[in-house]
Design a protein around this ligand. Sequence first.
Ligand SMILES: [Zn+2]
Length: 406
Amino acid sequence: MNVTIWYNANLVTMDSEKDYEIIERGALVIEQNKIAWLGEEKALPKYYQKEATYINAKNRFITPGLIDCHTHLVYAGNRARDFENRLKGKTYSQIAHEGGGIHDTISQTRAASFDDLYDLSLSRVHEMIQNGVTTIEIKSGYGQDFDTELKQLKVIEKLKQSLPLTFIATYLGAHLLPNEFVSNRQYLDFCIKQVMPELHSMSLIDMVDGFCENMAFKAQELEPYYLKAREYGLPIKLHAEQFSEAGACALAAQLKAVSVDHLEYLSEENVALLKKNDITAVILPGAYYFLNETQKPPIPTLTQQGVPIAIATDCNPGTSPTTSMLLMLNMACVLWGLTPLQALQGATIYAAKALGLSDRKGRLKVGYDADVVCWKISHPNELSYFLGSSLCEKVMANGCMVYEKN
Ligand SMILES: [Zn+2]
């Protein structure tokens, strides 16, 4: 029997939708890769104490591992040149015309070798781990051709095999119209008839996502693409209402999507639709900040109506070049008015929900996966408060220690 006991810890269990649910002077028992027991240290059953490995948390705070439920971290190159050009006053179309923008990321990702793409992705994952992240959703979508989508998903597959973290691989074929195709319909047909079936048959897809936006794919156009995903029993996510109201929420409700993501232009009626269909709202403050947007998602209405709100980095080279979940928690509070409790829920219980993992992740709870982070803080609200501090001391993912600060 392989038993590890964290002791001398304040356990922020998140095992309620109302509060942090802190157990002071607590102990947490890990057996194999699951949480076997937690409670006050003085109540620790003797049964576990024989032959256990002990970790002294030194009266620090322990939370469930953070969950980054929306990233595009498998890419090559970066867009710092675009960033500089934008600040020099160039428009998006000028930047695109000069070879920048998302098509630049696509050509660099297509050109990168598998090993280079894996190394780039792995170093981003390591940055995330050092910020307390133990579960990461990663999308394809910088290939838009068969070979590169396959390469991206194989990189995610190798991450799954190489690290004890939990990864969710999402096929984002419907990201944008690649230059080789003349119409959305022609391209989506290619995704539906060739790419998705082949990648699914190789068991490389856990979820399916699409960019539903007037300037990208309209809800109507995406319907057959998502119906194909449904046919395979794959859970569905949508990039929705980021730059306009494009009917994404109605489609999400119709398809029983697990989440809709972005939501700056989410209307009041659609908030009710999310609630009614138990769809998680994933908000991405990094992209809003980086693009210097002004239209905010309707957080007060979402909160009032009790829609679960998850927060993610959206890690991508064009609109959110960050790997820091803690920075996202701070932005969600400062820019959009979430409370620190809501922000931490957004990175734990509701992020788990956005990935369909509520029954095993996002809480410190018996039977749940042993994803555990030890922080140098004196209250969990400090996770949203400090700006860019390095607060993380130890990270355990599925029962394996993956980071320890020197
Ligand atoms: Zn995204």
